[in-house]
Design a protein around this ligand. Structure first.
Ligand code: XMP
Length: 327
């Protein structure tokens, strides 16, 4: 019978068989559920022979870095190397507004940072004559059967694809989730004791908040958007809507200003867009009918608590014609 415990046990046995008694593996963590569960399974199977690499590109939401560095490590005991790459990423993104250019830069820098970390880990191992032969990936069944699709799909592929690793290195892929659907991955993650914040995380794009700032990405804008995003997440969760919402991008229209009145004066600030959607697979989506009371709380809190934002708007477009993300 299918239970999370059975499936975890059998996946761990498969990993042991694949990696053998002295194989070494490496895994990139994104902050999302798939890579976290894949890494947790491999950790159970081979312990410290797995090294996890987390590239902090500075484009994650509030709390997500801590979830990886503190909570994931506490829950799994995994060995983690963090690459502090925020300055590098922001430097390369300076002056860039075009969405696809942002994606390309982030994809390129991500691979570069990951490669750097792998070379370092390799360097340490080389001293003892060891090589790393296995690369762990959180590929799910739908990714395996997917035959391609829209641009979102292509981008998912290009971003997560670490095929651009050093050419002289040949990794065998370890993909313990390749026969599982998302719900099953979550169940296995819970079974392994991963924190709910990771297990329940809604889909979040690899390029992160960079594609939720319409306009140039700067540290100030990121900090503002992080505050607004956290408020929206807190209130949607408090209203019990997480089960209905597939994901809710919160978007900063950094290139748009509108007139407002706040306190005693006129303001000329930026709008925040709420984009709650309901979906089965992100290929199509409908805008979620969030109750007015919840929208009111979110709007009031964002305009009160987030500097430079004087307006909150709701995106009521289905997909198609709109995509889920604004960029
Ligand atoms: P769209 O905006 O195309 O998004 O309707 C569909 C799903 O894909 C996610 N998405 C991305 N994920 N890299 C990713 O890893 C990307 O460049 C990217 N663009 C969109 C989006 O959050 C949604 O879940």
């Amino acid at each position: 019978t299918w239970t999370a415990a059975n499936i975890a046990e059998s996946l761990i046995a498969d990993i042991k068989a694949q990696v053998g008694d002295d194989g070494l593996a490496i895994c990139g963590l994104s902050g999302g559920v798939d890579s976290a569960v894949a890494a947790a399974l491999v950790q159970r199977a081979i312990g410290d022979r797995l090294t996890c690499v987390f590239v902090d590109h500075g484009l994650l939401r509030a709390g997500e870095r801590e979830q990886v560095q503190t909570d994931f490590v506490a829950a799994t005991g995994a060995r983690l190397v963090t690459v502090e790459a925020e300055e590098t990423f922001l430097g390369h993104l300076a002056g860039v507004s075009d969405p696809e250019t942002k994606r390309k830069i982030i994809g390129r820098e991500f691979i570069r940072s990951f490669e750097g970390a792998v070379s370092e880990v390799l360097g340490d191992k080389a001293a003892t004559g060891q090589t790393i032969d296995f690369l762990v990936q959180g590929t799910l069944y739908p990714d395996v059967v997917e035959s391609g699709g829209g641009s979102g799909t292509a981008n998912i592929k290009s971003h997560h694809n670490v095929g651009g690793l050093p050419e002289d290195l040949e990794f065998s892929l370890v993909e313990p989730l390749r026969l599982l659907f998302k719900d099953e991955v979550r169940a296995v993650g819970r079974e392994l004791g991963l924190p709910e914040e990771i297990v329940n995380r809604q889909p979040f794009p690899g390029p992160g908040l960079a594609i939720r700032i319409v306009g140039e990405v700067t540290a100030d804008r990121l900090s503002l958007l992080r505050k607004a995003d956290l408020i929206a997440r807190e209130e949607l969760t408090a209203a019990g809507l997480d089960g209905q919402i597939w994901q809710c991008p919160v978007v900063l229209l950094a290139d748009v200003r509108s007139v407002g009145v706040q306190g005693d004066g006129r303001t000329y600030g930026h709008p925040i867009v709420l984009r709650p959607v309901s979906s089965e697979d992100a290929m199509t989506a409908d805008w979620t009918r969030v109750p007015y009371e919840t929208l009111e709380i979110i709007s009031t809190r964002i305009t009160n608590e987030v500097p430079d934002v004087n307006r909150v708007v709701l995106d009521v477009t289905s997909k198609p014609p709109g995509t889920i993300e604004w960029e």
